[in-house]
Design a protein around this ligand. Structure first.
Ligand SMILES: Nc1ncnc2c1ncn2[C@@H]1O[C@H](COP(=O)(O)OP(=O)(O)OP(=O)(O)O)[C@@H](O)[C@H]1O
Ligand SMILES: [Mg+2]
Length: 225
């Protein structure tokens, strides 16, 4: 499903180039659930942004199926993202001036879905994530765990094949974390491909494979038998 080869990404800071991703190679099959780990600043969010088509790599290739995502125009990658990917970004990135319902409905409004369709789909994810009572709350009144669930609901709203989740349990208490994890597990069992960036070993243990990004490379962690 995903084939990443020799991927490179640097950031320019002043007139210096800082290599973040130097040679990333990664294959993800449909139905996989994988964890990506690594120190803060190692480039995990950068890699997810590239996979989501939000950021262009500076070298190498990224194929999603037969599509060469890194060669797409901005418009093409936006439509690719809408069609295929649910992205739970780090720190949720919700819009404070909109309530919970409108935040979750946002991708559907971009896609010009009908009002009835929006009502139906939002009601479904609200129930799945157990946040129905919050649907008319304003974002700035919610707890970290609630925000996290709303961000996940928004990523799921279009029924994407691939879910990218950047530290989705970062700000959750243990019980909420377990709920979110079992939700990801269910989604995976329903056939979704899931890539989770995490610092949490318990989250990683739940995945089929774990990788670590170190010195700009992505290596498979061998399971401890
Ligand atoms: N737009 C940018 N311009 C310059 N440097 C950047 C930019 N975005 C990220 N960086 C730097 O690139 C490095 C990798 O950032 P990234 O957010 O991918 O790390 P991360 O592995 O997700 O870290 P964390 O675990 O803290 O979320 C960091 O040192 C960061 O400061
Ligand atoms: Mg990050």
């Amino acid at each position: 499903m995903i084939q990443i080869k020799n991927l490179r990404k640097y950031y320019s800071v002043g007139n210096r180039k800082i290599d973040i991703l130097k040679d990333i190679n990664l294959e993800v099959n449909q139905g996989d659930m994988i964890a990506i780990m690594g120190r803060s600043g190692s480039g995990k969010s950068t890699l997810l942004n590239i996979m989501a088509g939000l950021l262009k790599a500076d070298g190498g290739t990224y194929f999603y199926g037969k599509e060469n995502v890194n060669e797409m125009s901005l418009e093409q990658s936006a439509s690719f993202r809408r069609k295929n990917i649910g992205y739970v970004v780090q720190n949720s990135a919700l819009i404070d001036s909109k309530n919970v319902f409108d935040n979750i409905a946002l991708p559907l409004r971009y896609a010009k879905s009908s009002k009835a369709d929006i009502e139906k789909k939002v009601a479904f994810v609200l129930a799945a994530l157990d946040i129905k009572p919050l649907q008319y709350s304003s974002i700035d009144t919610l707890s970290g765990g609630e925000l996290q669930r709303i961000a996940i609901a928004r990523a799921l709203i279009q029924n994407p094949k691939l879910i990218l989740a950047d530290e989705p349990t970062g700000s959750l208490d243990e019980q909420t974390e377990n709920e979110v994890l079992s939700l990801f597990k269910d989604l995976n069992q329903q056939g979704k491909t899931i890539i989770i960036v995490t610092h949490n070993q318990q989250v990683a243990d739940m995945c089929h494979k774990t990788y670590s990004i170190k010195n700009g490379e992505c290596k498979l962690n061998q399971p401890i038998l």
